[in-house]
Design a protein around this ligand. Structure first.
Ligand SMILES: Cc1ncc(COP(=O)(O)O)c(C=O)c1O
Length: 480
């Protein structure tokens, strides 16, 4: 592990700074001198290393020196063969992973509760999804994981599929039995791809669910910026080497920038070092904070801060760093609690959906912040709580009726209709609440009255509903 103490990109940038190079290249702010307000706001140190690729600093599109070294160290830290630094979020990593594995006409088996970036990749590539419905917890109102049997059936019924795609964990913390699923997929010559946007810490903490690379996945998209401490938008795509690095890089470069941000890349390098060296103790603390908060919240009754207690057919394991709290049991939608926490208590949680809130507990938290959240939740219950309405609204996940491939629907001749009048048409657009960004409707899916009701209800409760050309999501493009 000693090499993990080294951060090659950090060292290269430090050297670059000390060399006092006179820049006649982009970016035009020239280390902040040309934009003083920006420089004052972000700090001179920061703008001094907001630079472009150059010989000593390597090039993200074609890494041969310090970026290559940093990527190699990241690969080792994550138990992968290679890694690719991503500067356009895990969305780009997920899309690149899918487009590396499948092309137009190829089938890919995936749960339907995937992030929009996975379906975006199908719109771009023309690959065909075989959706497997996740389990649903009707009481909590959340989609769960996938059962091995459902996945096995999908694989058996689609022997021509090229890949299986899995979430590890879901936004709420639910993990499927990825090791068994991956093993079965491989036995049927399918690639196994994982979206680990919410799973960076699984690679470094103890007593955590199994991460994808250890479970034998071929590729995984890992959001270091979410729980790994790097800057927003920075992410890593991991590969076990089944597909060639050259092929994956070519796919990333199809839509990637040619001006990779060194701020983002060096944040990946520094965070990888920190995780590899200090990850165990960091996540021991994170887990104990999350466990403490969960116990306190559950002790009062009312809320349900769920974790291992929901294990079952569709919940093989649970990521206990996620503080997922069911709120409809105190008579409030998650989004209502989310709004109250922000507006009345200056507390920002990750998201509130129709029935739950999710607070991300991470390396930046201390007992003090946890205490603030816990006591605010207690007060919210006392002041705003009403009678349990858990069973009033059926569930958060609406099973899709797929009538066309995402690509065909997206590019089809369209008709623009009021959402109210769109029942039984096939959507040519996405609709989702953000976060979590899981489509309620994806291109190619039939619009049902259940979906229309769901969208209306989510808007009424204050969820940020988006995805359609119409920013107000009152109209929708459907296949003509
Ligand atoms: C499951 C999942 N995958 C992928 C992403 C995309 O990550 P990013 O926002 O870094 O593009 C998200 C974002 O929330 C996500 O929840």
């Amino acid at each position: 592990m000693s090499e993990q103490n080294y951060a090659p990109l950090l060292e290269a940038l430090k050297k670059f700074k000390s060399n006092r190079i006179v820049p006649f290249d982009v970016p035009g702010h020239k280390q902040g001198r040309g934009n003083l307000e920006l420089s004052d706001f972000l700090g001179k140190q920061c703008l001094a290393v907001d630079v472009n690729s150059s010989k000593p600093l390597d090039n993200l599109c074609h890494p041969t020196s310090v970026i290559k070294e940093a990527q190699q160290l990241a690969a080792e830290a994550f138990n992968a063969k290679s890694s690719f630094f991503m500067v356009n979020g895990t969305s780009a990593a997920v899309s690149a992973m899918i487009m590396s594995a499948v092309k137009a006409g190829d089938k890919i088996i995936m749960p339907r509760n995937v992030h929009r970036s996975a379906i975006n990749a199908l719109v771009i590539s023309g690959a065909i999804p075989v959706y497997v419905n996740p389990g649903i917890d009707k009481h909590l109102g959340i989609p769960l994981g996938m059962s091995f049997d459902d996945l096995k059936n999908a694989i058996d019924n689609n022997p021509d599929a090229k890949a299986v795609f899995l979430n590890n964990p879901t936004y709420y913390g639910v993990c499927s039995d990825i090791a068994s699923i991956i093993e079965y997929a491989h036995s049927r010559n399918m690639l196994a791809l994982c979206d680990e946007a919410h799973g960076t810490h699984l690679y470094f903490g103890e007593n955590m669910p199994l991460p994808a690379m250890a479970a034998g996945a071929d590729m995984s998209a890992v959001s270091l910026h979410k729980t790994g401490g790097s800057l927003t938008q920075s992410s890593i795509l991991l590969s076990s080497g089944t597909l060639s690095d050259g092929h994956i890089r070519k796919i990333i470069n199809l839509t990637g920038t040619t001006s990779g941000s060194y701020l983002l890349m060096v944040s990946l390098d520094i965070s990888r070092k920190n995780l590899a060296v200090n990850g165990k103790s960091i996540f021991r603390k994170v887990l104990s904070l999350a466990d403490y908060a969960r116990e306190e919240i559950n002790d009062w009754g009312g809320y349900h801060a769920f974790a291992d207690d929901i294990r079952g057919r569709y919940v093989y394991d649970f990521d206990r760093t996620k503080l997922s709290v069911h709120t409809r049991s105190i008579g409030l939608a998650g989004i209502e609690v989310y709004d109250i926490l922000r507006d009345e208590y200056d507390i920002q949680v990750e998201f509130g959906d129709l029935a739950n809130i999710l607070a991300i507990i991470s390396m930046g938290d201390s007992a003090l912040e946890i205490e603030r959240l816990v006591s605010a939740l207690q007060e919210v219950k006392r002041i705003y709580g009403k009678k349990d309405i858990s069973d009033l609204f059926d569930h958060e996940y609406v099973s899709p009726v797929v009538a066309a491939t995402p690509q065909n629907a997206f590019y089809a001749e369209k008709k623009y209709l009021p959402l109210e009048k769109s029942k039984d048409y096939i959507s040519a657009e996405f609709v989702m609440c953000y976060p979590p960004g899981i489509p309620v409707l994806a291109p190619g899916e039939k619009i049902t009255s259940e979906i229309i009701e769901y969208i209306k209800y989510a808007k009424e409760k204050g969820c940020l509903v988006l995805g359609t050309e119409d920013m107000a999501v009152e109209n929708i493009n459907v296949i003509a």
